[in-house]
Design a protein around this ligand. Structure first.
Ligand code: IMP
Ligand code: MG
Length: 172
């Protein structure tokens, strides 16, 4: 297996800085809760939170949709729910990557039943060619081709999440 850089550290820094600025403007004066989607969203959430120049609350939800394969099972399972009460709050779901869209669609529907003031979606990367549901992602960092990627939170069988850049996995 070979790893080939797709999104560099510098590019990621620029993406997250821009998104943080936009989010700060859009949510000024509002009560914002960032909900990180574990595990993949943990690095993006940590970086993004530090680029948002206002008070935010942080929570996490853990879902499983992939198992250890590179193909979506289409089944979303909640492994750990959020701990705070988000009714009346503005929720921004923070995800690593949007692929088929099934996970974020499920989470958006779930949060819409919790009485939030608003529910929006943020993802560092988007693979638009793979979409199976028509879903609006409010904050997208960068569109990428239909390739399996790792790093910056994303794993292959739980490996590579800690790599600082995003790599395409090439089978050799
Ligand atoms: P979706 O439900 O198909 O949109 O997939 C959502 C999740 O699948 C993402 O948040 C990732 O955790 C995982 N995923 C999708 N594509 C990749 C990839 O290329 N590498 C690693 N994980 C991926
Ligand atoms: Mg994920």
């Amino acid at each position: 297996m070979k790893l080939e850089v797709l999104v560099s550290k510098e590019k990621l820094e620029q993406i997250v800085t821009d998104l943080g600025r936009r989010i700060t403007e859009d949510y000024k004066g509002k009560e914002l809760v960032l909900v990180g989607v574990l595990k993949g969203g943990f690095i993006f959430l940590a970086d993004l939170a530090r680029k948002i120049d206002m008070d935010v609350k942080i929570d996490f939800i853990s879902v499983s949709s992939y198992g250890n394969s590179t193909e979506s099972s289409g089944v979303v399972r909640i492994i750990k729910d959020i701990e705070s009460d988000v009714s009346g709050k503005h929720v921004l779901i923070v995800e690593d990557l949007i692929d088929t869209g099934l996970t974020l669609q499920y989470l958006k529907d779930l949060f819409n039943t919790k009485g939030c003031a608003s529910v929006k979606l943020a993802a560092v990367m988007d693979k638009p060619d793979r979409r199976k549901v028509d879903l609006k992602v409010d904050y997208v960092g960068i569109e990428i081709p239909d390739e399996f990627v790792v790093g910056y939170g994303l794993d292959y069988a739980e490996k590579y999440r800690n790599l600082p850049e995003v790599y395409i996995v090439r089978e050799t």
